[in-house]
Design a binder for this molecule. Sequence first.
Ligand SMILES: [Zn+2]
Length: 523
Amino acid sequence: MSDAALVVSVEEALRPLSFARNVAWWDSQLDASDENERRRADTEHAYSDALADRELFAEVEKARSAESDPMAGRQLDLLHDLMVPRQISNALRARIVDLESAVEVRFSRHRGVVDGVEVDDNEIKRILRQSDDPTARRNAWEASKTVGASVADDVRELARCRNAAARELGYRDWFALSLATDELDEAKLISTLADADRATAEPFARWKSALDEKLANRFGCSPSELRPWHYADPFFQETPAEGSVDLDPLFAGKDIVSLSRRTFEGIGLEVTGILARSDLYPRAGKCQHAFCIDIDQSGDVRVLTNIVDNHDWTDTMLHELGHAVYDLGFDENLPWLFRSTHLVATEASALLFGALAGSREWLERVLGIGEREGAELEGRLRAARAAELVVFTRWVLVMNAFERALYADPDGDLDAIWWELVARYQLLTPPGGRRAPDWAAKIHVAVAPVYYHTYLYGAIVALQLKDALGAAVGGIVDRPEAGTLLQRKLFAPGQSIRWDRLVEHSSGSPLSVEPLAREVSAV
Ligand SMILES: [Zn+2]
């Protein structure tokens, strides 16, 4: 069989399985019923079985080692990366899939309890954003961690199984395997994160000490008495109101979906079809997070959100639609295996659009605030954006270092390691005497392992793209030329180009923390 014929036959085998898996996953996120969960597990097994096929993998490997035309060669490389993690014993593979499903269902169904009442994530966040009562805050924060205790043993077991899989395949651990199959170089990642640490350490420390003064005032204590529940979200991954601009009043009563549609219309990117297929508002039993899914890699793109009329959910909605327009933007002649995105590139698009909801130009032109209000807000918005970036970068440093430690030793003292990292990078004071698997309350550790650094890479690339669009067409909001450029340079190639070259191709320069260092200096 020629390389091209091999690629076509693989596509024919995988495509229907991928479609069934995506539909079942979508249904299970809308309603975590036993029936939906069973169908999800079945389709996941079927897809995973196809990628685990040893004979097929041998053929792919043989074809890769031979001379081949670059198009087929690139598709075979992508196929190799998809298949490698599944070239392990069937029992181990099934065990990993089952554990992942079980943990995910528990996250979806779990509700923390505050004062005897079940509360969802939105309610916990509301208390942490608004309450001035330290006891209520502490109760809400502790409620947000209870899911960790319920999944921690399974997450450790998942890490052991993932490591066993990686070692069967000749990799040091799951961390190393994940980077290799994501086309990420480990040495480059570590040096980039070290650069990001250096670029943000001082601005973050300066910003946080000013924040702590304000929080201490608000809660009537000294800065040294502040604990993690005094900050505005369960993980201190977002900027508290004291360190940012409270834009929520501007969004109260607004139609977030219309604003989102209007945003993309202004840059000539169509989202009406996406919105029609999506599930946008909160409901009992539904997944509480947000995501975008490309169901069939040929136009059926959907987002799941739980919209509330505030700034956060507007940012999230634009973020998810930033993924969605990318998935709709692949060149129509691309073969199926190229009709997908690298994680870094799609996060860059998502973050680029999400950030619009906090920019003066968008607030004036799309939300409709007055020019005087816009001018008054501008400096504070820039400082808030810088704060958001430093807070986020410090959080990614925690997550990355934690996951490196998790896979280096899943049986280690993870509860202690977690709080050491939180203290080192986020400068938070751990609650005295707390012994709990708080790390396991972060859903990504279980179901999106070794992924968080791609958000930081994505954030950096988003800044590079913003610079490039600014230089080329003057900005993004209401500039159809910006949409055209993104469409042509970033979206259209799909995965036909390796992600790091795509970054250079679309932004004009290779990945570098330079724009991050520049932005955070405004803090
Ligand atoms: Zn995203």
